[in-house]
Design a protein around this ligand. Sequence first.
Ligand code: ADP
Ligand code: ADP
Length: 236
Amino acid sequence: ASAVEIRKVNKYYGPFHALKDVDLSIPPGKVTCLIGPSGSGKSTLLRCINFLEEYDSGEIRIDGQLIGYEAPGRKMSGRKLREMRRSIGMVFQQFNLWPHMTAKENVAEGLIRVRGLSKAEAETRAAEALAKVGLADKMGNHPARLSGGQQQRVAIARAIAMEPRLMLFDEPTSALDPELVGEVLNVMKTLAQEGMTMVVVTHEMGFAAHVADQVAFMEKGELVGVDSPGRILHHP
Ligand code: ADP
Ligand code: ADP
């Protein structure tokens, strides 16, 4: 499990100041939920953690290592960035599965291409990851023959099969029908109980209140508070 230190991070989209001096410590083995109104910068902050978005100043360190830059203002090589990103799993609102591949092939693909495993090894590990998210009996299904909740669980399996030290979730249940939200949150809760370091952008207040170890509130690009989840329901 990994820890992330975010120090005085600023991000601009042209003239628009999207992140304003954001400071946040993400403890290892814990769940941090990012909460706040739409447009407050949650997704931008999450994407800065794996440098899918470039931040303009400040520092983000993962286990002490600066991501995106060799030193302030000096970018890291693409190769080094890809290497760092390999240990960071990301799950998006959209599942982004390959439609022509089965669930098992979707999970195995990254293990073959990025990790260089043989097809047989990759498929063994894919099967384990799919069993863990409760899809042992759906491994041969193509995405079109899976529900949204099952597709998102395949996407989670794809990420955890890579054995990340950190998982980032960007509104993982927002595209789902309400009755399918719980099965995805339960898989995330299991991961949390196993000690995965997780950062979760979500509107699911129940999940934040019951599963998060800390809840960070964002407003207009600023991090306006970090609370224990017990207080979440009382926040204005
Ligand atoms: P949240 O995740 O809290 O809804 P975002 O991080 O997606 O917020 O967006 C924060 C602000 O930055 C919004 O006002 C949004 O319009 C703006 N923004 C996000 N991405 C871009 C972009 N690629 N170009 C310009 N503005 C953007
Ligand atoms: P709210 O009243 O804000 O809607 P709920 O407590 O009803 O919050 O839960 C919202 C979501 O969070 C639900 O989809 C539920 O599955 C999930 N959830 C709530 N409590 C837990 C829990 N203890 N573990 C995992 N998921 C939970």
